[in-house]
Design a protein around this ligand. Structure first.
Ligand SMILES: C[S@@+](CC[C@H](N)C(=O)[O-])C[C@H]1O[C@@H](n2cnc3c(N)ncnc32)[C@H](O)[C@@H]1O
Length: 243
């Protein structure tokens, strides 16, 4: 059984199998979300956006086509190496850990698609919010697009098998000590693999406590990518706008 000794998020997100398992991601929905969000925030033409934990850059690349000056950062060297092929004068990608400040100011900082709550050290969640605070300029906004943990826990499917590119991924889900855990096992090229996703089930109240400690202010909350009202029991997303 192949299991990496690195923190789970450093190995799993850097693995090609992560991208195979989730290759069915809805790009059109992600683009509509970016249209809605940039309109709502009224980001100036040519404005600077930081895409924090950008993965292979799907949001960054689209935001750049809308005319924004975009920087995407991620911990995964493989994802950034892939994204770099799309770079141009107004689109850049770099390997960087989001819990430390990037040392530049932006009109908007986006943390999208549940790219938060992974850290083993609890204080790194707060450090990430503090880092974001240093990355937004005076008139700038920050956005965290997180899962609605309450909805996810209420609708958790204990086990299923997803077949992608001929690989049968067995996914087992549970809640433990405030974390939503997914164990993923599969066989590929005659080798058995085992990975785990472990995300802290932050609620709105947990984020409010973090925001208070970091000295940032929650301005608005939405419950889906159409930017409709957040309902704790029904919304799939918890999208928070702060500064
Ligand atoms: C669920 S994926 C989302 C990626 C991207 N935002 C998207 O929507 O396609 C989470 C991403 O967070 C990145 N990540 C995890 N921990 C990180 C950290 N400490 N600093 C920067 N990126 C991190 C992972 O490498 C992964 O690309």
């Amino acid at each position: 059984m192949i299991k990496s000794e690195k923190e789970w998020f450093a190995s799993w997100f850097d693995s090609p199998f992560y991208h195979i398992l989730y290759k069915d991601r809805d790009y059109t929905e992600a683009q509509h979300f970016m249209d809605n969000l940039t309109n709502y925030l009224n980001i100036p033409e040519g404005g600077n956006i930081l895409d924090l934990a950008c993965g292979k850059g799907r949001h960054s690349i689209y935001l750049n086509t809308l005319g924004y000056n975009v920087t995407g950062i991620d911990l995964s060297q493989n994802s950034i190496a892939h994204a770099k092929q799309f770079e141009n004068d107004t689109l850049h990608f770099n390997v960087h850990d989001m819990s430390t400040p990037y040392n530049a100011k932006f009109d908007a900082v986006f943390n999208l698609f549940t790219s938060f709550g992974y850290f083993d050290k609890e204080e790194d969640n707060l450090n990430t919010i503090k880092a974001i605070k240093t990355e937004i300029n005076q008139s700038g906004f920050a956005v965290i697009d997180f899962m609605n943990s309450e909805y996810v826990i209420d609708n958790l499917v204990a086990e299923d098998v997803k077949i992608v590119d001929g690989i049968a991924f067995t996914q087992k889900r549970r809640v433990e000590d405030g974390y939503i855990i997914k164990d993923i096992t599969f066989t590929a090229d005659n080798k058995d693999y085992s990975f785990q996703e472990r995300v802290r089930g932050f609620t709105l109240a947990d984020f409010e406590a973090l925001f208070n400690k970091a000295g940032v202010y929650l301005l608005d909350i939405f419950g889906n990518y159409k930017l409709q009202k957040f309902h704790a029991k029904q919304s799939e997303r918890l999208i928070m706008i702060f500064k």
